[in-house]
Design a binder for this molecule. Structure first.
Ligand code: ATP
Ligand code: MG
Length: 451
């Protein structure tokens, strides 16, 4: 991390040069500097500059511009199809509601612009010839794996509560810890997250859950996260019987997120699974009872958990597919897997192969976050056997009406009167096929239908 220069794409160098040749100062700043120093490829290149928006518009008049952020000092130039945001150095003014600066104020110098940024690792700038501008020890914090507020953390979180969740998201993304004072201030201020819009909270938590280090971050900072999702609090320290478990409900949920294997999942499937692992046992504290044997039970936590997850996800204004996908999985996450071909075919018919693969992924993650015992291993083997057979049957067997070797037209041709009887007969045929009572062949099905 002793590098004093970082690689800039040609288009970015061009933008900096255009601004500088017109007499302005200009730097790349924020996430792209952080990621470059970490040896990661930055997603976006953001530029900060002494140029005002009207000046940027003039300088780049012959380019495609995006001006939606102009009020806040941002002009985006599109080069080779990619937008680059250039923002005038600014202060954010006062915050009265923990979320929106009342006004932005342009300033002439870079240091004041860096001072408004959230974390030291995000408050560095760079320009060729000027090197890395690091006024708050961002490089040291990168080397130490630390997320630390620029300035007084309590004040910074009071200005903008969303920073509390941004700290957790960066922790999950980079595998960093929160500096002690930053963590303490975040915990202290967690309830102010209630004033942040649902959409912004959703986006941050979603980013956190999808990040490589989500599990350990959840495990460590659950109490902070409970400011955004209060239902989490009761899971922390909610103990579980040692016959199956080695973690409390919250640590177990965090480890389940960590253990998720998302290979083979599409983007939606991966997102659904992250949220499902996060929330799968959310109702356990409410469902906890202690049996005559002294062990805790959590009867009904599947269904109740699905209801609670729906409430939480609706509150966060999550997309519909995520709500349906997540609650569908949670509702049956702990139910025994079907055994035997008929039961497997019926579950394929009811849920579809995509859902059942997701269910298996959730079950593996859930079981891998249990105690390492022969009973848990046996359950895992049952899931694996189910998934293998389900996969095979989903490719070779008939489990939907569409796959039947006859359709409604065939039945009517064979003499069945048009009307509801046709559908009912097809359903009867499908059930018989799945139960192995008739082969899925035209002649056999017609004979069976008319008998
Ligand atoms: P990512 O890779 O997630 O985009 P990033 O660091 O680029 O990470 P952005 O949300 O794109 O994050 O913000 C760009 C920069 O703006 C940050 O690096 C930080 O300097 C600053 N910033 C963003 N949000 C805030 C905030 N809420 N408070 C203070 N500074 C912020
Ligand atoms: Mg960014």
């Amino acid at each position: 991390m002793n590098r004093d220069s970082i690689y800039l794409p040609r288009d970015v160098i061009g933008l900096l040069q255009t601004l500088q040749s017109a007499g302005h100062t200009a730097y790349v700043v924020g996430g792209c500097v952080r990621d470059s120093l970490l040896g990661r490829t930055p997603g976006d290149w953001d530029i900060c500059t002494s140029a005002r928006p009207e000046e940027m518009r003039r300088l780049f008049a012959d380019h495609q511009l995006i001006l939606t952020g102009e009020k806040h000092g941002t002009v985006a130039v599109v080069l080779h199809g990619k937008p680059y945001e250039m923002t005038t150095y600014r202060l954010d003014g006062n915050y009265h509601d923990h979320r929106h600066p009342d006004a932005v104020q342009f300033v002439d110098d870079l240091p004041r612009d860096l001072a408004r940024r959230d974390f030291t690792i995000n408050a560095m700038a760079y320009a060729p010839g000027r090197g890395i501008i690091d006024l708050y020890g961002g490089r040291d914090d990168l080397a130490a794996g630390m997320i630390r507020c620029v300035g007084d953390p309590a004040q910074r979180f009071a200005e903008d509560a969303l920073r509390i969740l941004r700290a957790l998201r960066f922790s999950a993304r980079l595998g960093f810890a929160l500096d002690e004072a930053t963590a303490a201030a975040a915990l202290q201020a967690r309830d102010t997250l209630q004033s942040v819009s649902a959409e912004r909270i959703y986006t941050e938590i979603d980013g956190l859950l999808g990040a490589p280090n989500a599990g350990p971050t959840l495990a460590k900072y659950g109490e902070i996260l409970a400011g955004a999702v209060p239902e989490v609090q009761a899971c922390i320290c909610c103990t579980q019987p040692g016959r199956w478990h080695c973690y409390d409900v919250w640590q177990h949920s965090a480890v389940a997120v960590e253990k998720l294997d998302l290979r083979g999942q599409d983007t939606r499937g991966a997102r659904v699974l992250c949220w499902a692992a996060f929330l799968h046992d959310i109702a356990k504290p409410q469902c906890r009872s202690v049996g005559a044997d002294g062990a805790a039970h959590f009867k009904g936590h599947n269904q109740r958990g699905a209801v609670m997850a729906r409430t939480i996800l609706r509150r966060l204004k999550a997309p519909g597919y995520l709500i349906e996908g997540t609650t569908g999985l949670i509702a049956i996450h702990d139910a025994p897997v079907p055994a035997g071909d008929t039961a497997i075919l019926k579950s394929l018919n009811r849920y579809g192969a995509v859902f059942l693969h997701r269910l298996c992924a959730l079950k593996y993650a859930d079981l891998d976050a249990h105690a390492d015992t022969p009973e848990v291993k046996a359950r895992r083997n049952e899931v694996a056997a189910f998934e293998a057979r389900m996969t095979e049957l989903s490719k070779t067997a008939c489990y939907t009406m569409r796959q039947l070797a006859v359709n409604g037209g065939d039945l009517m041709e064979a003499g069945l009167p048009a009307g509801p009887a046709v559908g009912a007969t097809l359903q009867r045929l499908l059930t018989a096929v799945m139960e192995g009572r008739v082969l899925n062949e035209r002649a056999a099905l017609l004979e069976f239908a008319l008998s």
